[in-house]
Write a protein that binds this ligand. Sequence first.
Ligand SMILES: Cc1cn([C@H]2C[C@H](O)[C@@H](COP(=O)(O)OP(=O)(O)O[C@H]3O[C@@H](C)C(=O)[C@@H](O)[C@H]3O)O2)c(=O)[nH]c1=O
Length: 180
Amino acid sequence: MKVKETIFEGVFILEPHVFHDNRGFFMESYNKKLLEENGINIDFVQDNHSFSKDAGVLRGLHYQLEPKAQTKLVRVGMGAIFDVIVDIRKKSKTFGKCFSIILSEENKRQLLIPKGFAHGFCTLVPNTIVMYKVDNYYDPEYDRGIRWDDPDLGIDWPVSIPILSEKDKKLPFLKNIDES
Ligand SMILES: Cc1cn([C@H]2C[C@H](O)[C@@H](COP(=O)(O)OP(=O)(O)O[C@H]3O[C@@H](C)C(=O)[C@@H](O)[C@H]3O)O2)c(=O)[nH]c1=O
């Protein structure tokens, strides 16, 4: 597993070692000890799995408030996504800044997202499975979000008319959020 740094401190791209043979391939998709050797110490408590049947499904941008904030380790089991994070730490020098990456069945990359970031993705192909580990349990009372098309974020999404949940259509813009 290669661990690569990004523009944000604490955000890492993980690239598993893939062993191909005549049957297919094998990889370790998660290895706690290996992450610890790279200074990443997280106790994941929940595994999530979502399936999106169409290309252009956009989920996000989501986060949970403290004390229920979540670190996320995101990967794609089938298909491909344009994955985005936004720094929503009010005191951060990079508040409001975004980072995006393609995660796919082919590149097998994973994105480690610390607390203090909103997260969202858009599927690039039909039948996309996204799997992610989180280090705090889901709590709807603490569940929050930011509008995907917030003009202050200027995210260059690969679709202009995405398929959204009713909840995500009504999310506020970052400038109107007083708690993050
Ligand atoms: C996230 C989540 C949802 N649910 C339930 C609530 C709801 O009825 C149903 C669908 O929830 P949502 O519409 O919030 O699912 P979704 O839009 O896929 O939400 C996810 O989006 C991505 C971008 C993230 O980063 C995740 O943390 C999560 O917020 O599943 C759980 O039971 N546990 C969970 O951990």
